[in-house]
Design a protein around this ligand. Structure first.
Ligand SMILES: Nc1ncnc2c1ncn2[C@@H]1O[C@H](COP(=O)(O)OP(=O)(O)OP(=O)(O)O)[C@@H](O)[C@H]1O
Ligand SMILES: [Mg+2]
Length: 158
């Protein structure tokens, strides 16, 4: 087994429970499970920035995070027209999709307010469209490898 062929992290911060690293997932279920394990560790106040092309798996990942917060994943769908969906689980879960927004239009959404909510986790699809990354963010970049495989790179941005 190569370093890339499992969903074990390649790099690990041993000082605390952590989920940073580079993973290859081999199915949507594996991406979901990876995200769920991260969702279970979130404490509130985090913003998860999801980036990657169409079909990269951002929504699958968002559903997994939600499941880790005790939210029914089937309720989590891309908030394409509503822009922000809110769900209540162990923490409040804000799900934002910036795909359809014009450049800079997100400034009118009140995102700063949800980023500052210590009792909530905010997840942003198409986060590369944000002009400024929030504090306390976890960036997740999903890349298509093959039909069933995705590279998932998770870093903390400060
Ligand atoms: N390893 C994998 N991880 C995640 N999704 C996968 C994987 N392999 C195949 N898929 C498929 O890729 C698609 C990912 O769709 P998803 O809606 O999550 O993408 P997205 O990044 O949110 O796209 P969009 O930008 O259109 O919202 C699904 O059809 C899923 O079944
Ligand atoms: Mg999506």
């Amino acid at each position: 087994m190569t370093a890339d062929s499992s969903s074990e992290p390649r790099t690990q911060n041993t000082e605390r429970e952590t989920y940073f690293g580079e993973f290859i997932t081999h199915s949507p279920e594996e991406t979901f499970a990876l995200a769920k394990s991260i969702g279970e560790q979130l404490k509130g106040g985090e913003t998860v920035l999801l980036s990657g092309e169409l079909g990269a798996g951002k929504t699958v990942f968002a559903k997994g995070l939600a499941a880790g917060l005790g939210i029914e994943p089937a309720e989590v769908t891309s908030p394409t027209f509503t822009l922000i969906n809110a769900h209540d689980g162990r923490l409040r879960f804000y799900h934002v999709d910036l795909y359809r927004l014009d450049d800079g239009a997100h400034r009118n959404l009140g995102l700063e307010e949800i980023f500052d909510d210590e009792k909530a986790v905010s997840v942003i699809e198409w986060a590369e469209r944000l002009s400024r990354a929030p504090a306390c963010a976890v960036a997740v970049e999903l890349t298509y490898v093959s039909d069933c495989e995705r590279r998932v790179v998770i870093v903390e941005t400060v």
